[in-house]
Design a protein around this ligand. Structure first.
Ligand code: PHB
Length: 395
């Protein structure tokens, strides 16, 4: 045999021996080298398509910055468009976990789809990093050793805005959202803070996701003459809502507040209709830290786009994976150690450094932001180090 061929064979033999030593099977292959398989389960079509793309971009940027490797191993990407359709979630999750045998799933955006994905990831003990969807259950009753989130719980930004409006002395607020977990749980968080400090949610209104026929609801809100309105909309639907609200002539009549998704990644399309809107979120423009500036420059240069909260969440999902893979030196079969390392990580995020709660959700500052031109300019911290209560999680 040629010497070079021998040299090529030797590592394979060593790998096989290592595989036998740790019990063989698929996990042994993972341990033996090759690429780490990352599966993106994200919306690439529909009202949340831009969010899915920003998450993927952010994730890939961090990996690129590490020379394309995490834990000493190259990354191979797989992707599935989940279409923000909860009915297809189990099948889409199985495509990545069963068919492609990925080491980690990064997904998803929509809270309803997330419920199905969490279930399949738990059944298979596959590492799952949630780069957006806030569904409270994922870091609540459905929490798991292998389930992590780089984003927020639906409760968190709502709670932050409820706190701000109560402090401002507002009394009577109407809420308006899409009727699914993200909207409903944002309102719950909002209500919890707002009503505990003396405010009252006088009416909760909603329409099915992803409908954008807002007209009748907007007319109804105006007739109620509340002190303010609190809404949850995001992506393409948020663009339409903000424009419809202004077109109805309510922009300077009834104060409109929201979780920051209403104006993140959307300002170019919303234009004048969004100016002056105040929101709460775990990211903002103009934070001014060196970490954030470097990230923003690199993102803009790589993708010819301004980063938004979704890009940050994708970037941080990669940082969380990196903390895990680094600790196990790329051996994804050492699951208990992998999970422990992610759990204990301090993530140096562009939003500001954060750690994870016991239930694996970021403990982070919520900023108050105000739209100015194409930016959600930070105007202060609404709530510092806000931790989701993680109700019902036993870990
Ligand atoms: C969600 O469904 O959890 C969700 C979707 C889009 C957002 C935020 C939350 O911007």
């Amino acid at each position: 045999m040629h010497r070079n061929a021998l040299r090529r064979l030797a590592p394979a033999c060593l790998a096989a021996a290592a595989a036998l030593a740790i019990g063989g099977g698929a996990s042994a292959q993972t341990a033996a080298g090759g690429k780490i398989k990352v599966g993106f389960m994200l919306p690439y079509t529909g009202t949340y398509a831009a969010l899915g793309n920003a998450i993927e971009n952010g994730f890939k940027l961090y990996v690129q910055e590490q020379g394309g490797k995490l834990g000493g191993r190259e990354i191979e990407y797989f992707k599935v468009d989940d279409e923000s359709d909860p009915a297809k979630a189990p099948e889409n999750a199985a495509k990545l976990i069963k068919r492609d045998q990925v080491d980690v799933v990064v997904g998803t955006v929509h809270s309803g789809v997330q419920m199905g994905l969490v279930k399949v990831a738990k059944e298979n003990n596959t590492l799952l990093i949630i780069p957006n969807a806030g569904v409270d259950e994922a870091t609540g009753p459905l929490c798991g050793a292998n389930i992590f989130r780089s984003s927020f719980s639906n409760w968190q930004p709502g709670y932050a805005m409820g706190h701000v409006l109560a402090e401002r002395g507002l009394k009577k607020v109407v809420t308006l959202t899409w009727k699914y977990a993200a909207g409903e749980q944002s309102v719950k968080g909002f209500k919890e803070a707002f009503e505990s400090k003396g405010g009252k949610v006088v009416k909760e209104m909603s329409l099915p996701f992803p409908n954008v026929e807002f007209q009748a609801l907007i007319t109804e809100v105006a007739a109620l003459k509340p002190d303010a309105v609190f809404v949850f909309f995001a992506g393409g639907g948020a663009v339409k809502f903000v424009k419809d609200w202004a077109a109805a002539g309510l922009k300077d009549k009834i104060p409109l507040y929201a979780s920051g998704f209403l104006t993140d990644g959307t300002l170019e399309a919303q234009g004048a209709a969004a100016q002056g809107l105040e929101t709460t979120l775990h990211y903002a423009d103009g934070l001014g830290s060196a970490r954030d500036k470097t990230f923003r420059l690199a993102y803009a240069k790589t993708f010819k786009l301004q980063p938004d909260v979704y890009a940050v969440q994708g970037y941080d999902a990669a940082q969380m994976l990196s903390a895990g893979t680094g600790a196990v030196k790329g051996d994804m079969s050492r699951k208990a150690e992998l999970y422990k390392a992610i759990e204990a990580a301090r993530i140096d995020s562009p939003r500001g450094a954060f750690t994870l709660s016991k239930a694996h959700n970021p403990v982070q500052d919520f900023y108050l932001r105000k739209v100015d031109g194409r930016e959600n300019k930070v105007s202060g911290v609404a709530v510092k180090s806000l931790a989701d209560p993680g109700r019902g999680c036993r870990l």
